[in-house]
Design a protein around this ligand. Sequence first.
Ligand SMILES: Cc1cc2nc3c(=O)[nH]c(=O)nc-3n(C[C@H](O)[C@H](O)[C@H](O)COP(=O)(O)OP(=O)(O)OC[C@H]3O[C@@H](n4cnc5c(N)ncnc54)[C@H](O)[C@@H]3O)c2cc1C
Length: 469
Amino acid sequence: MNAPDVIRELRAIVGDANLSTAEEDLLAYGFDGTWYESRPLAVVLPASTAEISSIHRLATRERLAITPRAMGSGLSGGAVPLGGSIVLGVMRMNRIVEIDQVNSVAVVEPGVVNADLQRAVEARGLFYPPDPSSLKQSAIGGNVAENAGGARCLKYGVTGDYVMALEVVLPSGGALRTGGKMLKNVTGYNLRALFTGAEGTLGTITQITLRLLPKPRFTKTATAAFGSIDDAAATVTAIMSSGLLPTSIELMDQLTMRCVEENAPSGLPVDSEAMLLFAVDGNHEAILDGELEAIATIAREHGATSTRVAADERESAALWNARRSISPALARKRPHKLGEDISVPRSAIVAMVRAVQEIAGRHRLLIPLFGHAGDGNLHPNILCDRRDPEEMGRVRQAAREIFEAAVALGGTLSGEHGIGLLKKQFMELDLGPEALAVMRRIKDAIDPLGIMNPGKIFPEPGGPDAFSL
Ligand SMILES: Cc1cc2nc3c(=O)[nH]c(=O)nc-3n(C[C@H](O)[C@H](O)[C@H](O)COP(=O)(O)OP(=O)(O)OC[C@H]3O[C@@H](n4cnc5c(N)ncnc54)[C@H](O)[C@@H]3O)c2cc1C
């Protein structure tokens, strides 16, 4: 079938208004939060599992590639359509199907925005902990496909820890359901875990059942400023080995704070070399006050020059808004940025921070460092100008060295943003040949024609890397 006939058939599935080949739509659906861009063949916006099944069946018959897409905020190139893909956007499927108070679960469609779900469950005294900084710009389908994390994941775990059941349309068009509302379930292989974090390479997720918790009554925020980033990193390790379990411990280095303040002043301690932002939550205010005091004591013992508890909700919200504005603030500093997402064991945080600083200095690059330090997930962002080949040569080398340092310290390439296009050429360095080969066999078994999100996750010898698209 030629392209116009395929488009006609797709249009018949989703309706005239929900298919586009207009230049502006192909452009708008051709990129994500990275610097990659690629034009899809068409954009389809289905409204139901049945429509998605029909699209998959057509794609299988015509050997057509599909790139599932939610809000396109991904930071690894996962939603960028390669190989003449059609973009299958799920944002019309944005219903919260059910909030089941007795079983403490929410059943949602993949296009529900994370922040909307948070608000809806909190109105019922419930709590959905995973809170990517993009919570207003990302949807649950994308969160599940990337196994997204966030500041609260230190205490509560990541998206995958809340996925109880999934409905997934397989490449051939059949809909698979796995899991349910029960808390315990060890029947067979854990397919929920397989599809969570698969980055759209195994099927399209069409419904998600999420575990909810009772909402904690109080959350408190505090900060600590440091004359040395080493001291800040050592404080994180000390707190985490003290028996305390804060909700969040976020790190910002001086360059990160300065970029945030240039973007929108919020009173961060920009004269310090680093700051830590803490949250604690629970049902007893006095206990939280005690925890913050214990955290402040540890911070001071490790060189904090000042510590402060946010006086009220407003001050606390301003600090967390500043934290969430880091990514856009850094994007304004130089024409481009390469955002990394390495994750190391807590015991290696100090060594990883030092390695990033050493790499930045040696390659004469600005690499602001921030991240979810409590769980060892750091985001060194290499600021650069892609139009400068000499600088990009140094960026490429620095990126490789950051990955190598993370792996050498017992860590991994990605803590929460996924592999997508950005890191696929480094997969073997992290996983080793055997694990990678098993993953390839799983991919081939579920998607033998390779139509689901081609060009992602798996390395291609001599193929494109972060610098060649
Ligand atoms: C400012 C900013 C801050 C961020 N902060 C965080 C953070 O704190 N933590 C974090 O984890 N991430 C963060 N991210 C990255 C990003 O927001 C997350 O990866 C998020 O989960 C992506 O959701 P999305 O809806 O935008 O998905 P998209 O970007 O649209 O898609 C992401 C991947 O999921 C696949 N996909 C989407 N929908 C489906 C579906 N229904 N079925 C199968 N596959 C699907 C796509 O093919 C793609 O591979 C941040 C991004 C930005 C821009």
